[in-house]
Ligand binder design. Structure first.
Ligand code: HEM
Length: 154
């Protein structure tokens, strides 16, 4: 009698568990939530949205007199695509950044705190230009923030 009751309870737990699995959606990743409005007013998603933002970010960097000397003569196409891969990967998207790590990449540049702040400002300007949501903007900046220690003063 007691055995049957335990068995029933186990079956019930199993059924409830299966039902929960079927209805529970995992929280969408930052990558899945990311939206950017392009210059024609079209809303872009995913890798496409990241591409739009990164293009503006790099355009801001090369016109920002606080940092643009750093990028003179550098392969901007490669920088743009590396940044897009990196942001895509950091936001939980289906991309991989195969470049060198941030410490090695910025080694010997002696990047200052002021340059870091200017760069973050240029990124925020690009995110705002393309109307990226406040939550997504904060999360993206939060994902890139910890890289500061490997970039500044190396
Ligand atoms: C969130 C901050 C930053 C991120 C995520 C970032 C990311 C990257 C990545 C992925 C590359 C490699 C491009 C490649 O070789 O394929 C790169 C290169 C570079 N970064 Fe940064 N960076 C950041 C901040 C900065 C700052 C603050 C500066 C200086 C103002 C800077 C200056 C450069 C320069 C000059 C290169 C080109 C190196 C070269 O081609 O020789 N970066 N960065």
């Amino acid at each position: 009698m007691r055995g049957i009751s335990v068995m029933r309870q186990l079956v019930l737990v199993g059924v409830v568990g299966l039902a929960a699995c079927a209805t529970m959606q995992p929280e969408p990743t930052l990558y899945e939530r990311l939206r950017a409005v392009d210059s024609t007013g079209m809303t872009r998603q995913g890798r496409d949205a990241i591409g739009v933002v990164v293009e503006s970010f790099v355009a801001n960097l090369v016109t920002d007199t606080r940092v643009n000397a750093r990028f003179q003569g550098k392969p901007l196409g490669k920088l743009t695509s590396s940044l897009a891969d990196q942001i895509c990967e950091a936001s939980g998207g289906p991309c991989s950044y195969y470049g060198q790590n941030m410490k090695t990449t910025h080694q010997g540049m002696k990047i200052t705190e002021a340059e870091w702040n200017a760069t973050v400002e240029d990124l925020v300007k690009a995110l705002d230009k393309h109307k990226v949501g406040e939550r997504e903007k904060k999360e993206l900046l939060g994902a890139l923030g910890p890289m500061k220690a490997d970039i500044v003063g190396q």
